[in-house]
Design a protein around this ligand. Structure first.
Ligand code: ATP
Ligand code: MG
Length: 419
């Protein structure tokens, strides 16, 4: 039987008609990142499985059930399609000793893979813009990340993205809180679901992150990490808030905000919109001072965040944003032996002059070629018959506005097109 082969569920094609939105977003993001001094780093899409298990933590949604892990039949090694970028970025920085050159402001942009149930805003291949600042210890860097996000939302024209912040404190504070939390949850064992019971002793903080409505009341009344913060954690958190107020960034403290990944400490934050239903978090991040050491490097502080590109694009579409289309400058129509040959020279010459030219391929008469020229959206048709070829000229016909067809030499035509 021969059936047509479809893409893998939850992994999407981006078709040419949608791609201008992606390109607009990517261009805006690159420019925005440069304006804050961030440099691009590109890591492989596949890493050793161990990297993610060690960094993200075994008792997390990602490592427990979302990773695309496989044994490479040729080497026998266990490999994983990256579910996020932080671990790989830190791995690369350590492997190439980038921190010797001082602290680093880095970003990456690309596909991530998680085996989740596909739904609006949740895919198995999705894209993130990730930003990591390595070697910076203070709340000023946490603030920079938040301030720059706010600027990006403004630049994209996206209102209604609200900021929530919290502090996970130091590891001592978390240990104290954890003991109280486990004690509390044990007393309410009957109200916990299966996931929560499984995590009770391995990763109880994650229970606070549960989306099960039946658990919400229990979670609301649970001991709060915020109440356990020591002086150093509190100061970090307060200093951050001082900068945010100074920068006129509106925020809400959400004491239940924890991160799905093990390596966060001190500041965590999320940018959330109510306009995308349940998948409302468009950006999430925070500080992860322990990760570099956990991956085998010399201890160094770090902070970062990741944006979900599909969710931000969905938001852009909500606001019926339409980025400018960029049609070609000219569609090159040609018929006749001499004309066909001359057409190549003309097309390349026009491109030398910086013009975008579609060279008609596939033969056919003038009439059908002109229809294609029209449909292409190009601003001009460049028409070459054997007569034009003989005189080394072209005919230039405006397609988008009224105007005479004119005969000209190639460079003259280029000047006319450029206006
Ligand atoms: P969620 O609670 O929605 O599962 P998460 O905590 O797993 O999110 P992070 O690991 O913090 O998400 O990833 C950062 C951002 O990447 C998210 O806020 C979201 O915008 C986006 N993201 C995460 N998983 C997906 C996915 N499967 N499909 C599309 N976007 C995603
Ligand atoms: Mg998730």
């Amino acid at each position: 039987m021969t059936g047509s082969i479809q893409a893998i569920r939850g992994m999407n094609d981006v078709l040419p008609d949608q791609v201008h939105l992606w390109e607009f977003f990517e261009d805006t993001v690159r420019d925005w990142l440069r304006s804050y001094g961030y440099r691009n780093i590109r890591m492989p899409v596949v890493e050793k499985t161990d990297l993610f298990v060690r960094s993200i933590g075994e008792v997390t949604d990602i490592v427990e059930k979302e990773m695309y892990t496989f044994i490479d039949a040729l080497s026998g090694d266990s490999m994983t399609l990256r579910p996020e970028g932080t671990a790989a970025c830190v791995r690369a920085v350590l492997q190439h000793n980038l921190l010797y050159g001082g602290p680093q402001r880095l970003y990456y942009l690309g596909p991530m893979f998680r085996h989740e149930r596909p739904q609006k805003g949740r895919y198995r291949q999705f894209h993130q813009v990730g930003v990591e600042s390595l070697g910076f210890a203070g709340p000023d860097m946490d603030a920079e990340h938040i301030v720059m996000c706010a600027r990006l939302w403004r630049r994209l024209g996206l209102p209604d993205i609200a900021l929530q912040i919290n502090s996970l404190g130091s590891s001592e504070a978390r240990a104290r809180h954890r003991a109280k939390l486990v004690h509390y949850l044990e007393r309410h064992l009957d109200r916990l679901d299966e996931d929560a019971r499984r995590r009770l002793h391995s990763n109880p903080l994650r229970i606070l992150d549960s989306k099960n409505p039946a658990l919400q009341e229990t979670i609301d009344n649970a001991p709060r990490l915020l109440d356990e913060l020591d002086e150093v954690s509190l100061k970090h958190f307060e200093d951050l808030q001082t900068i945010l107020r100074e920068a006129e960034i509106v925020y809400e403290i959400n004491p239940r905000l924890v991160r799905g990944l093990d390596y966060y400490n001190f500041t965590v934050f999320e940018w959330v919109t109510t306009r995308l239903g349940a998948q409302g978090t468009v950006c999430a991040g925070g500080r992860y001072d322990g990760l570099i050491e956990q991956i085998g490097g010399k201890p160094a502080p770090a902070a970062g965040f990741a944006m979900g590109v599909e969710r931000l694009l969905a938001l852009l579409e909500e606001y019926t944003f339409s980025p400018p289309m960029t049609p070609a400058d000219a569609y090159l129509v040609h018929q006749g032996e001499a004309a066909d040959r001359f057409a190549w020279r003309v097309a390349e010459r026009l491109r030398d002059r910086g013009l975008h030219v579609i060279h008609h391929c596939g033969g056919g008469g003038f009439k059908s070629q002109m229809k294609k020229a029209d449909a292409s959206g190009a601003r001009y048709a460049i028409i070459i018959g054997d007569d034009e070829a003989e005189r080394a000229e072209v005919s230039l016909k405006p397609l988008r506005d009224l105007g005479e067809q004119v005969r000209a030499e190639v460079d003259e035509a280029a000047d006319l097109i450029k206006g």
